[in-house]
Design a protein around this ligand. Structure first.
Ligand SMILES: [Zn+2]
Length: 200
């Protein structure tokens, strides 16, 4: 029998992505056994993150500053934009070092079934950026699902009045998979083989 506090910790861990009840118990036990080496630094890092983490007002990435580290980095290509569904996709592409421009995190995909329309995504701020930052090239790095393709075509239509080159990541990305799960070389190949989306 475990005390209420320990039980609560396990409950909270088991709600985290990728952790079931079994792994949650293991993580909790590890932290409780290694109070000084593991638990205290984790608590301190989490408190610090809670204070400082914010959504970048430009690209909607998560960072400790807004505009974020990527948006304020002068060595990034200023007028190239990679459009991703989620912050995790942005981080995955960053890990692979294949893209040197800027990002725009949509915050989801258009979905008739889930009732997600353009207003729930950051499309309006994307269009503002395209105009104000004179964006010349846009790369879509969205999943190859119906929702991903619907979103790609919806935004591509909106980009038509602007003079931007539009491309989408090559196949090789398993249908429906999260970019986060891809190894770096698959992601790099997908970028190299990106195909340009014709405007119509
Ligand atoms: Zn940013």
């Amino acid at each position: 029998m475990l005390s209420g506090e320990v039980d609560r910790i396990i409950q909270l861990f088991s709600k985290l992505p990728g952790l079931g009840p079994r792994s949650a118990r293991r993580v909790a036990l590890h932290l409780l056994k290694k109070k000084d080496q593991a638990l205290t630094p984790l608590i301190e890092a989490l408190i610090q993150a809670k204070e400082s983490i914010q959504t970048c007002k430009v690209c909607h990435n998560l960072d400790t500053s807004s505009p974020c580290t990527i948006c304020t980095n002068p060595s990034r290509i200023p007028n190239h934009l990679c459009i991703v569904e989620d912050v995790s996709d942005c981080w995955a592409i960053e890990r692979s070092h294949v893209f040197k421009g800027h990002y725009h995190v949509l915050g989801g995909l258009l979905s008739a079934i889930d009732g997600i329309g353009p207003k729930q995504l950051t499309i309006e701020s994307l269009l503002e950026r395209i105009e104000s930052q004179s964006i010349q090239e846009v790369v879509f790095a969205l999943r190859a699902t119906v929702d991903g393709q619907t979103t790609l075509h919806y935004i591509t239509d909106l980009l038509e009045p602007f003079n931007v080159k539009v491309s989408s990541l090559a196949r090789g990305i398993p249908v429906g998979s999260d970019l986060d799960y891809l190894d770096d070389s698959t992601l790099a190949l997908a970028f190299e083989g990106r195909r340009f989306v014709p405007s119509h």
